[in-house]
Design a protein around this ligand. Sequence first.
Ligand SMILES: NC(=O)c1ccc[n+]([C@@H]2O[C@H](COP(=O)([O-])OP(=O)(O)OC[C@H]3O[C@@H](n4cnc5c(N)ncnc54)[C@H](OP(=O)(O)O)[C@@H]3O)[C@@H](O)[C@H]2O)c1
Length: 293
Amino acid sequence: MKSDKNILVSEFQNFDTAGKGSGKRRFPAGVTGANLSRRRGGEVSDARGRKPYGEHGPRALVSGNVLITGGSGSLGTAIQKLISCDAPDRSELDIRSVRKCEQAMKKYKPDIIIHAGAYTDVSGAEKHKKACWDVNVIGTENLVRAVHGRRFIYISTSYVFDGEKGDYTEDDIPDPVNFYSLTKLLGEIVVSQYKNTLIIRTMFKPDGPWSFKRAFVDQITTAEFVSDIAPDIVKASLMQDLFGIIHISGTKKTIYELAQKVSPQVGKMSIKDVDVMLPKDISLNNELWKKLK
Ligand SMILES: NC(=O)c1ccc[n+]([C@@H]2O[C@H](COP(=O)([O-])OP(=O)(O)OC[C@H]3O[C@@H](n4cnc5c(N)ncnc54)[C@H](OP(=O)(O)O)[C@@H]3O)[C@@H](O)[C@H]2O)c1
């Protein structure tokens, strides 16, 4: 007989982006971002009613051993230029393995874990749902369980939103339009069950020339290049009493405008030109972060 967990996995793996706008239910019943972040008395709080920072606002930066996942990725590389931390590679810490997660905690004894490892191929995720699921949902769960209450930072994405509204606050209800984004939202839900966690929703692109020949003229973002965003991500990660959800982002622009900054000759394309559904306006409102930083 299938366990409840397996039933949930199979239902999510049938997640249908084509159902968008057709009135067809895209989430298994009861799972939305609404239980993750809701407004109480005008303040943002998480599912347990905790505000994303202590009663008196954030205070000092915490210190201690930092361990990051995804150290070979673009954010992981940028973080390692800013702080000293342990960054075991995937051969040592494959988060799909419970045993490897536990071994890494024993070996490195981190006080803070920044979880930046993920399956990030948005288009590939539609074809390889299990591969994406195993890293972004199961892997995140394996890791956060092994952490046993230490400070845990989950790097999430503005892609958890459907892109219809833009200027999303921490309070807005996620509604992902593709499988990658769904798994990132489920990662948020998994980590929010554990105390001492901070979810950072952000968006960034690798430093250097634009990696593609063309860029989206019709996708609005608050992304910046990773070395411009990473310092704020590190600061939030180390900020005492900051937990819940925080949006860290830059200024509003199209992806094409961002690409032009580093590759003026970049060509134009539409989000309709790709084989995966992408959200239109995933700009994040970062007013809360600006007050805190
Ligand atoms: N890039 C963006 O635009 C963007 C926007 C918002 C949020 N994010 C989030 O930010 C985080 C970092 O993104 P990024 O763009 O820096 O990622 P990236 O460059 O694509 O790198 C992904 C990292 O995850 C690691 N990884 C993959 N599978 C793993 C596994 N099973 N166990 C352990 N590590 C594994 C990879 O290791 P290998 O080198 O071994 O493959 C790599 O270090 C991710 O959580 C992503 O969802 C990214």
